[in-house]
Ligand binder design. Structure first.
Ligand code: MV4
Length: 500
C-alpha cells in the first residue's frame, strides 16, 4: 500500500480524500494556490505545498508543479478528485512517466471514453441501447437533413468531444437545421477545439440515471447500483439520490442498467471507479449517454446505501489490490439524498456570492453526513466552483430521508455569503419532488411555477382549499406534512396546483 498520496484538488473533495487516506493510515499531501492559503483541506492534510497563483490554469491544472510537489514530498500516488485534471489522459500519462500512480483508470481508457461518438460506437458494439441517431459528423447538410427527417423532429445536435451540455442544440424543424449545425459546431470548436457534431433524437423529459462501477487490475468488474441526478439546473446537479425513485418502482432496471454499464466497462478495459450515465424515458427505456472516468461529486449517496467507502476502494485498486467482494455481496439498504450547498443566490439567477463566512453552524445528528470544505472565517474565492459542502441524509425510506434532510437544512446556518440553503427546503416540499416525479427539466419547471403571478383572492381561496384537501389526503396515507409556515406552504402548493 502507498505510504503517502498527493491530492491534486481543493475544497470539500480534498477534505474527503484526506479523511479516506487517514482512515487507511496513509499520509496526505495537500496542494494549494494563493487563494487557498489556510483552506480547510490544507489545514487537515499532513503536509502541504504551494503550487501557484489563484487561477486554476496556473495552479490546480499545472501538471509540472503538481508532479514536482509529489516528488518533493515523496508521494507515491496522486488522487485527482473530480474536475480539474481528473479526466485528463495527458495527466494520467504524465503521472505514469514520473513513476507516480494515477488513482483512476488508464490514460488509454480515459482517452477512448473521452470521445462521446467513440463511446457511443463502443456501447452499440456491446448491445447497450443508445439514443437513435448517428455518430457520423453532421457536416454534410443533405445527409443531416435525411437523417433528421428519419428520426423525426425535434432532434439534438451534440458535440463529439462534448459532455455536460456544451455544444448541444435542439432543432425543432428542418428550416432551423443548417443554422443550428453552424452554431453548435462553432461552440464545440471554441469549447473543445473540435467542431464535430452529430445528431440524436430528443428524449422528452428524460431522467438522468447513472451506474457506479468498480473494477480492479485483474479484470474483475462490478456495479454498485444507480444514482438519480435529474434535479439539476443548466447541467449542474443540485440534488442526487440513491436509489432512483424510478428504479425503486422497477427493480429489474438496476440489473439491466448495471449489466449494460459493465459490458461497456469491459470493452473499454476499465479499472478503478467510474460512472456510466444513462437517460431514462417515461416508458422504462434507458439509453447510454457517456462514461465519467472519475470519482463523482455525488458518490456519498452510493456510500451510504451500500456501506462501502468508494475512495478507499479507489486507493486499494490503484495500489494493485483485488476487489475485496463480489457482485452478490453488494447490498443496497435504505435511501440517501444529497444537496449541493453553494455560495450562490437562487433569487438572483443563481449568481455566485463569494465572500467571508462570518459564522457557521453545521448540522449533525442521526442519518446526517456533511462533506464540507469550509470553516468559519474562510473567504470563499471567486476563482473556483461555488460548492461549499454536500449535505447528505440517509434513512430507511425516501420520505424519512427527505425529512431528515429538511431538519438538517434548518439547523445549517451560514452567515456571510448568500447560499442556496433555503431553496433546498422549497424543493424538498414540492409535491412533484415528494412523489419522485423527476426529470431533467424539473428545476426549470419549478422556477416557472414560483415566478407565476399572485393568484387573485377568489382563486387563492380555492388554492387554499385544494392545498388543505391535499394535506388531508397525505395525512390519510399516514404521512405527516413537513412542519412549515402554513400560509406560504399553501401559497406554493396552491399555485402549483393551479398551473398544472
Ligand atoms: C439528451 C437529452 C435528450 N435527448 N439527449 C445533456 C448533457 C449531455 N451529457 C447529455 N444531455 C442530454 N442529452 C437526447 N437524445 C437531454 C439531455 C439533458 C440532460 C441530460 C442529463 C442531465 C441533465 C440534462 C439537462 C438537459 C438536457
Amino acid at each position: 500500500m502507498f505510504r503517502k498520496v498527493l491530492i491534486a484538488n481543493r475544497g470539500e473533495i480534498a477534505v474527503r480524500l484526506v479523511r479516506a487516506l487517514r482512515d487507511m493510515g496513509i499520509a496526505s499531501v495537500a496542494v494549494f494556490s494563493d487563494a487557498d492559503r489556510g483552506a480547510l483541506h490544507v489545514r487537515l492534510a499532513d503536509e502541504a505545498e504551494h503550487i501557484g497563483p489563484a487561477p486554476s490554469a496556473e495552479s490546480y491544472l499545472n501538471i509540472p508543479r503538481l508532479l514536482e510537489a509529489a516528488r518533493k514530498h515523496g508521494a507515491q500516488a496522486i488522487h485527482p478528485g473530480y474536475g480539474f485534471l481528473s479526466e485528463n489522459a495527458e495527466f494520467a500519462s504524465a503521472c505514469d512517466a514520473a513513476g507516480l500512480v494515477f488513482i483512476g483508470p488508464s490514460a488509454e481508457t480515459i482517452r477512448r471514453l473521452g470521445s462521446k461518438t467513440a463511446a457511443r460506437i463502443l456501447a452499440k458494439q456491446v448491445h447497450v441501447p443508445v439514443v437513435p441517431g448517428s455518430e457520423k459528423p453532421a457536416t454534410d447538410l443533405e445527409h443531416a437533413r435525411t437523417l433528421a427527417r428519419e428520426l423525426g423532429y425535434p432532434v439534438l445536435l451534440k458535440a463529439a468531444a462534448g459532455g455536460g451540455g456544451k455544444g448541444m442544440r435542439q432543432v425543432n424543424k428542418e428550416s432551423e437545421l443548417e443554422a443550428s449545425i453552424r452554431d453548435a459546431s462553432s461552440e464545440a470548436e471554441r469549447a473543445f477545439h473540435n467542431a464535430e457534431v452529430y445528431i440524436e433524437k430528443v428524449i422528452e423529459r428524460p431522467r438522468h440515471i447513472e451506474i457506479q462501477i468498480a473494477g480492479d487490475r485483474f479484470g474483475h468488474l462490478l456495479h454498485l447500483g444507480e444514482r438519480e441526478c435529474s434535479v439539476q439546473r443548466r447541467h449542474q446537479k443540485i440534488i442526487e439520490e440513491c436509489p432512483s425513485p424510478l428504479v425503486f418502482l422497477n427493480p429489474e432496471m438496476r440489473q439491466e442498467m448495471g449489466e449494460a454499464a459493465l459490458r461497456i466497462a469491459r470493452a473499454a478495459g476499465y479499472y478503478n471507479l467510474g460512472t456510466v450515465e444513462f437517460l431514462a424515458d417515461q416508458y422504462g427505456n434507458f439509453y447510454f449517454l457517456e462514461v465519467n472516468t472519475r470519482l463523482q461529486v455525488e458518490h456519498p449517496v452510493t456510500e451510504l446505501v451500500t456501506g462501502l467507502d468508494l475512495v478507499q476502494l479507489q486507493i486499494r485498486i490503484a495500489a494493485g489490490e483485488a476487489l475485496p467482494f463480489s457482485q452478490e455481496d453488494v447490498r443496497w439498504s435504505g435511501w440517501a439524498m444529497e444537496c449541493r450547498i453553494c455560495a450562490e443566490d437562487p433569487e438572483n439567477q443563481f449568481f455566485p456570492s463569494p465572500g467571508k463566512i462570518l459564522q457557521l453552524r453545521e448540522p449533525a445528528g442521526p442519518g446526517i453526513r456533511l462533506d464540507s470544505g469550509v470553516s468559519p472565517g474562510w473567504n470563499i474565492p471567486l476563482e473556483y466552483d461555488p460548492l461549499l459542502a454536500k449535505l447528505v441524509a440517509w434513512a430507511p425510506g425516501r420520505d424519512i430521508a427527505i425529512r431528515r434532510l429538511d431538519r438538517a437544512l434548518a439547523e445549517y446556518a451560514i452567515a456571510g455569503p448568500v447560499t442556496n440553503l433555503a431553496f433546498f427546503r422549497e424543493i424538498l416540499r414540492d409535491p412533484e419532488f415528494e412523489r419522485g416525479a423527476l426529470h431533467t427539466g424539473f428545476i426549470a419547471d419549478l422556477m416557472t411555477r414560483r415566478k407565476a403571478p399572485e393568484a387573485p383572492s377568489l382563486q387563492l381561496d380555492l388554492a387554499v382549499a385544494l392545498a388543505t384537501a391535499a394535506a388531508a389526503a397525505r395525512n390519510r396515507d399516514g404521512e405527516t406534512p413537513l412542519e412549515k409556515p402554513q400560509a406560504s406552504n399553501w401559497l406554493i402548493e396552491g399555485r402549483g396546483h393551479l398551473l398544472r
